[in-house]
Design a protein around this ligand. Structure first.
Ligand code: ADP
Ligand code: MG
Length: 400
């Protein structure tokens, strides 16, 4: 099989990774970084597109994360290099402009500008970014980058944000500076993770509940390797369709629509809008149900809820791609599969499987082979752990 791995082996060993990042820092900036921050990516167990409809999402902040190693500068300039993209950006904190041709720069600039607009003093720095979250694959590398950058500025500036406020400011940066109208899910997940737990997020009041996962289950990410872009039209289109459906039903968000209400008033919606609405109403309810089934270790229910979510994504919300269908077939046929579905907003990218922990290796091998057979693409298939939210850490100690 041809190897298309995005994440090299060295990156999965924290010691080696910290060493490489420090080495890169020395080469570019001379000397050592003085602070390290990290923020996780995430997979969604349930709740595709429910966040902007103010419903429930069950999400897992994961051990794939974004690191930033930095050192303060005194001239109010920020120089930042991404090892993933082999690209550098430099900008003055006192006149932050967005960059038209290079999207990634705007995530860093946007966070700096948004923090400063809130009256939080940002300091200049040299910084190296390195991520093990695959980019543009639905595991939220953009939020991981934003939340790591915000945590770096927080530490440099000597002030402290609550995880909730940090998430909201990062979302604001992505909405207003980058121009992607994402919901709050990605940033909340990246900031509020608790080790060993999934998070049930109520996107209306932004309350979260840590959801303990019963033993014996492994979470395995299955990357279709087909990339997606959220600034593409489909995401905005789905949002607009949901807003129109909510307006037609006289509610402020689809969160307020019950199954009974939809059944009684379906005729007031266009057939297309009714399908979108049906998916969101059921998907939000499934997020709550799955939280209970995961804690209770009720594997048949986990499998049914995941299957219903994928079917809705394919038949009602139209966010499936041929690569996702091929991956779903491969995951369900593999030994040890308990449940499988899309991991994020759809349109390609990553999928997630919940797998009998004792059969993880056999599962990985079978999925890889079956997916390659049907698509001629070699997928990345890897287990992930539940990880804590954005934080500073001692990279120098790890790298030694
Ligand atoms: P997702 O968040 O699902 O990975 P998005 O399209 O929302 O996908 O965001 C991906 C974009 O975020 C990348 O195209 C890039 O501009 C930026 N990005 C994320 N992580 C990094 C990184 N480590 N280095 C540089 N840019 C990054
Ligand atoms: Mg994103």
């Amino acid at each position: 099989m041809r190897s298309t791995e995005q994440t090299p082996d060295w990156a999965m060993n924290p010691e080696t990774r910290a060493g490489r990042v420090a080495e890169c820092f020395r080469e570019r900036f001379a000397g050592e970084p003085e602070l390290w921050a990290r923020a996780p990516g995430r997979v969604d167990f349930m709740g595709s597109h429910t966040d902007y409809n103010l419903g429930y999402v069950l999400t897992l902040p994961i051990s794939r994360d974004t690191w930033i190693a930095a050192r303060r500068r005194d001239d109010r300039r920020v120089r930042v290099y991404s090892m993933n993209l082999d690209a550098e950006d430099e900008f003055p904190l006192d006149a932050i402009a967005s960059v038209a041709g290079s999207r990634w720069c705007n995530y860093v600039r946007g966070v700096a500008a948004t923090l400063q607009n809130e009256g939080l003093a940002a300091l200049g720095c040299d910084a190296i970014v390195h991520s093990t979250v695959p980019l543009e694959s639905g595991l939220s590398s953009s939020a991981a980058l934003e939340c790591a950058v915000a945590t770096m500025f927080e530490e440099l500036g000597g002030w402290k944000l609550t995880p909730e406020r940090k998430a909201l400011l990062c979302q604001k940066a992505e909405n207003e500076f980058v121009g992607v109208k994402c919901g709050i899910l990605d940033q909340y997940s990246s900031c509020l993770g608790r080790e060993g737990c999934a998070l049930l997020l109520d996107c209306r009041d932004l309350s979260t509940r840590a959801v303990w996962i019963a033993g014996g289950i492994r979470v395995v990410v299955c990357n279709t390797m087909s990339r997606r872009r959220l600034s593409g039209g489909e995401y905005a289109e789905r949002r607009a369709e949901c807003e129109q459906a909510a307006a037609a039903l006289g509610v402020s968000a689809l969160r307020d629509v019950t199954p009974g209400m939809l059944a009684a008033r379906r005729h007031e919606l266009s057939p297309g809008a009714a399908r979108r609405c049906e998916f969101i109403v059921a998907e939000s309810a499934r997020a709550e149900s799955l939280a209970g089934a995961l804690t209770g270790g009720d594997w048949p229910v986990v499998g049914q809820l995941c299957a219903a979510s994928f079917a809705g994504a394919r038949d009602l919300y139209d966010i499936c791609s041929p690569a996702m269908v091929a991956m779903m077939d491969a995951m369900l046929a593999a030994p040890g599969a308990i449940g499988a579905r899309q991991a994020g907003a759809g349109f390609g990218g990553c999928m997630v499987a919940l797998v009998d922990a004792t059969r993880t290796d056999a599962f990985r091998a079978a999925v890889r082979e079956a997916y390659y057979r049907s698509t001629q693409v070699d997928p990345e298939i890897y287990p992930v752990e539940a990880a804590p939210g954005a934080e500073v850490f001692d990279g120098a100690k790890i790298g030694k």
